[in-house]
Design a protein around this ligand. Structure first.
Ligand SMILES: *Cc1c(COP(=O)(O)O)cnc(C)c1O
Length: 221
């Protein structure tokens, strides 16, 4: 399958899911996830109108950002403190902010580098995806405190990778988003849904789908 064919199939899946959920497809952002995909393929996607891509690894994303200055990359993978500076330099947004010490470090470095980088709080409501990162709901207040409403790291929304087969996961996340919006008195977006579960994510109100294989095809191992 070519990229164009895959994109067409993906768009019809999204359109069908939106129709079933009574949602306007223009309200669902498609973020292509380009981890372990070669730059020429990413450039092919750019020619189809995509300019922002999700990457999991700081080093890989930074190399791509340097090689393709016209494109934008956002970090969706776990971030270690010692890579925080490189991440702020290479990525336009950080979707995987999940701990107070990381928030502290990002704030200090964002000031030093004089950059603004929207952040998403990665949450884990299932207490099992530790390898994938994510903050438990009970720890969110401490994380928000550490972020301190810093204008250099504006809070964009919540990101999550629910375990497969967890049928109510997306609704739980939507509920958390609603509660947090109420508390903070400002809108928050929800980044949830991947190649295998985008329909359920759309039904539960996802604002952003992060799509790797259904967009680019299988990744290099
Ligand atoms: C790899 C990855 C995706 C995309 O996964 P696919 O199943 O290939 O669509 C989305 N989000 C995160 C955080 C990922 O690591």
């Amino acid at each position: 399958m070519t990229l164009t064919e895959r994109l067409e199939a993906l768009r019809s899946r999204i359109a069908r899911a939106c129709a079933e959920a009574g949602r306007d497809p223009s309200g669902v952002e498609l973020l292509p996830v380009s981890k372990r995909q070669p730059l020429p393929l990413i450039q092919e996607a750019a020619a189809l109108g995509f300019h922002r891509f999700g990457e999991n690894y700081v080093q890989e994303g930074a190399a791509k950002a340097e090689a393709a200055p016209g494109l934008e990359f956002v970090l969706i993978g776990p971030l270690q403190r010692n890579k925080a500076k490189a991440a702020l330099q290479a990525f336009r947004e950080i979707l995987s902010l999940d701990r107070p010490d990381l928030a502290d470090r990002l704030r200090r470095l964002a000031e030093e580098l004089d950059v603004v980088r929207p952040v998403w709080l990665q949450v884990d409501l299932w207490n099992e995806a530790t390898k994938l990162g994510g903050c438990a709901e009970a720890d969110l207040p401490a994380l928000l405190d550490a972020l301190g409403g810093d204008a250099r790291l504006p809070l964009e929304g919540l990101m999550a990778i629910p375990p497969p087969g967890e049928a109510t996961a997306f609704r739980q996340l939507a509920g958390l988003r609603d509660r947090l919006q109420q508390e903070l008195g400002r809108p928050l977006r929800l980044s949830m849904g991947m190649s295998g579960d985008l329909e359920a994510a759309i039904a539960a109100g996802s604002d952003q789908l992060r799509i790797g294989t259904a967009f680019f095809g299988e990744r290099a191992s």
